[in-house]
Ligand binder design. Sequence first.
Ligand code: HEC
Length: 161
Amino acid sequence: MSLVFKTIQTEGIAELSYLLGDDDEAIGAIFDPRADIDVYVDMAREAGLAITHVFETHIHADLVSGARELCSRLPGAKIFASSPCTTCHMIQGVSKGYIGPDLTHFGSRTTLAAGVLKNTPDNVAKWIAHPGEIKPGANMPALLLPGPKMDALVAYLESLK
Ligand code: HEC
């Protein structure tokens, strides 16, 4: 593996945060994010890393933490990573399943489930909830997620270009 390590200093205050990643696995973690999180989102994208964890090592006295916002921007990543999806699907840097199709570049696809549906957010949500109805015999279980979680998961899948 090769390590990615970046230090982010917040102007004016003696407050450091870090991006630590593994560029073979294409995953990374943020430590002590500051409130303005764009810098991390951009940095991770430039480094080709998917942010899988956000850690807070201490409570900041003088600034509002960005951890919650960062997770709320990328909640689909967490939902996917902590669900049974990972046993069957590969997303590079996130999971290594091999029973179903590789979803690493799912967002670039125009159709899904071997051409049965157009790749739109609605169709992806329908597919996840009822694969067997859409494609009889599909080897994927129906996974019912509460609406907001489903939306976040679908948005995440569509972001995988
Ligand atoms: C037991 C294994 C299994 C699990 C668990 C599973 N899938 Fe699947 N998935 C499959 C298989 C097999 C296919 C291919 C179905 C087909 O085309 O016949 C598939 C297809 C898909 C597709 C369409 C892919 C494409 O290339 O068109 C998406 C998107 C998808 N799954 C997302 C998910 C998500 C999200 C989860 C978790 C909520 C999940 N899957 C859980 C086995 C699984």
